[in-house]
Design a protein around this ligand. Sequence first.
Ligand SMILES: CC(C)(COP(=O)(O)OP(=O)(O)OC[C@H]1O[C@@H](n2cnc3c(N)ncnc32)[C@H](O)[C@@H]1OP(=O)(O)O)[C@@H](O)C(=O)NCCC(=O)NCCS
Length: 159
Amino acid sequence: MDIQLRDMVSADLFKVADLERRLFSDPWSIDSFRGALRSQNQVFLVCDDDGTIAGYCGMLMVPGEGQILNVAVDENYRRRGLATEMMNSMVDIGTTNEVFLYTLEVRESNAPALALYKSLGFVPTGRRKGYYKNPEEDAILMDLDLTDPNTLKRFGIED
Ligand SMILES: CC(C)(COP(=O)(O)OP(=O)(O)OC[C@H]1O[C@@H](n2cnc3c(N)ncnc32)[C@H](O)[C@@H]1OP(=O)(O)O)[C@@H](O)C(=O)NCCC(=O)NCCS
């Protein structure tokens, strides 16, 4: 299998929005994705398996901070490292733009996503009560601070 990681383009929008609708109870609309593609400070990547969108990931970059917006992998392509590859690419793109802090929110009950983010070095930093709807649920806030010596230690890199 030869899955290509590349920038999302307009031609992907219908397939991406379709996957988003299948995976999330409160999905982004196709117009939200379209707007994101036009934005200068948002990066969207897809995993393309010969025309099938196997996954996608988005990040909003504000000065000094990368906010991970969405990470999704089609059920048929899970546990093959695709989300890890997309997230690592986001961090590579971010660091090239001098972004060393990455933040995200995740549903408290979303064990696969929590495990993914922890495996990438994200740590829980807080909670937002009732942040999600359909069903209502708290968000766990997580971040990856590449300037924090503890982050470096977790990866076996000492200052
Ligand atoms: C969360 C999600 C993006 C993970 O995608 P993926 O491509 O399967 O993830 P990876 O293969 O890169 O997994 C990396 C690590 O994350 C953890 N992980 C991922 N899925 C897991 C699961 N179902 N159970 C436990 N750990 C899991 C594991 O540590 C895994 O490493 P391993 O496979 O070597 O054990 C995917 O399950 C998904 O799209 N879920 C629905 C949408 C969603 O919830 N997105 C996140 C919104 S915040």
